[in-house]
Design a protein. Structure first.
Length: 127
């Protein structure tokens, strides 16, 4: 069945009391549109709690969820960013990671940044 026809059947069923079983949907459809009853015969025999469920049963548009395609969770790849300080309630502020490269100590970086900032201020950049 086409999605358009399924949507039309949902409109026919607009006033039905939900949740409703297939037979209740058929009985209601007979009072609204006799032609709709033959199309609604294709519904699986169960209870429907929304008209969206009826439409999905008539013309599925949602992708199926194949269990074999789902990936199982895997172990985390390592410590979170910041290591133990990530979960430490009182981490030491300003502490450095032991893995920091010796060729780029933070003090030298800060000195370079301060020097650049001073030169920019002298030239009037950023004002």
């Amino acid at each position: 069945m086409s999605p358009q026809r399924a949507a039309e059947l949902q409109v026919v069923l607009e006033g039905v009391a939900l949740p409703a079983k297939k037979q209740e949907l058929l009985d209601y459809a007979r009072t609204q549109d006799a032609a709709a009853v033959s199309d609604l015969q294709a519904l699986p025999d169960r209870e429907y709690s929304s008209l969206d469920e009826v439409g999905e049963a008539l013309a599925p548009v949602q992708p199926s969820r194949a269990q074999s395609l789902l990936e199982h969770p895997h172990e985390e790849s390592g410590d979170p960013p910041g290591g133990g300080s990530y979960t430490d309630l009182h981490p030491e502020p300003g502490s450095l990671r032991p893995s920091i490269p010796p060729a780029n100590p933070p003090q030298k970086t800060l000195e370079k940044q301060a020097e650049t900032q001073k030169r920019q201020q002298e030239r009037g950049v950023g004002e």
